[in-house]
Design a binder for this molecule. Sequence first.
Ligand SMILES: *Cc1c(COP(=O)(O)O)cnc(C)c1O
Length: 398
Amino acid sequence: MGSISPQLAELDASNFKVTRTTNFRDVPLPGSPEELSHSHCTDHMVTVRWTDVNGWETPEIKPYQNLSIAPTASCLHYATQCFEGMKVYRGYDGKLRLFRPDCNGERLSNSSQRSSMPGFKPDELKKLVGKLLQIDGPRWLPKNRPGSFLYIRPSIIGSGPHLGVQVPKEATLFIIAVPWPDFTNTTKEGETTPSKGLKLFASTPDTIRAWPGGFGYAKLGANYGPSLQAHGKAKAQGFDQILWLFGEDRQVTEAGASNFFIVWKNAQTGKLELVTAPLGNQLILPGVTRRSVLELVSSRLSKPVGSLEPVEVVERTFTIDEVEAASKEGRIVESFVSGTAYFITPVAMIRENDTDISTLGPDGEPAGYAALIKSWLGQIMYGKEAHEWGYVIEDEEN
Ligand SMILES: *Cc1c(COP(=O)(O)O)cnc(C)c1O
């Protein structure tokens, strides 16, 4: 696994074929039905074909269009598919930035190999995304709208026409960019005041998202299809996401397409901890936001910040019973989820069987850790703080 045969061409983003659109698409207004449809992509897309004979071919940038694949294509039958979720941000300094795109490149290459498709050098992904946004950025994220973003979806599919059950002989990497509603506004439809946080529905033993030796740690479409039924049922009952539990002891893993964090007082030491599930057992998706939260909290919250006490970062297995006990004993200070799509969002409660567990602080409010971490990340993403995690893309001059 992971070896690239020397005779196959590697993915190389330095050489492009560019075909420009002559038919520019309408840019949806923020909050418009087109934007809410999550389907109205920018003017161009990237595609790169791979074959087991030649390796990666020359990347193409071309007008946004439908893909053409055979009904026998591997991805349509055997879930040979993986993806990434990234954003490009229009900074307050007028510049376009990606956030830690090397992490997404590395993860996409790993996910591709986990679903029997080719890997690549992680750096090439950010160059491909950068080239696309250099062209589409000026129209779709205008300089006079700082603080806005587009969602970027790189994906790799087994695109060859061989119906036999086998390792794909062909694959296609494609990258699209799409205006996306800002989920960080937590005011719900039909409500006028922002809610205090998400409502999570704990998964039941008949639906398990991931298991040891499986692929929960890879960003595969195959993780999602079988989980959406539970998600849909939870939604219908007024919940926002499933909190995925695992094992006899009902370990808390992650929530929907985001990682889960809880800030509580350690029952023995009385000290504050930020606890999240570990990566070692390969059950959860190693989120770029998760990693960034842990790194920022380790470096900046080892001492008090304003009225917030220091917290210690703890990555360990913990169970829903521990969460329930901490809630009953008034030890929970706050909880939140992290991810590119949902950014940093507080969690208000968890329904587990017939029990509603409050995950807000003792006064019924989030303590403010999520808000602080969110503002730190936002400053890096939107160029208010110069930081090595921000990768600048130069707009093309028209
Ligand atoms: C994408 C994803 C996340 C969040 O990862 P980020 O890199 O922070 O966006 C968390 N859990 C799952 C299952 C995911 O698919």
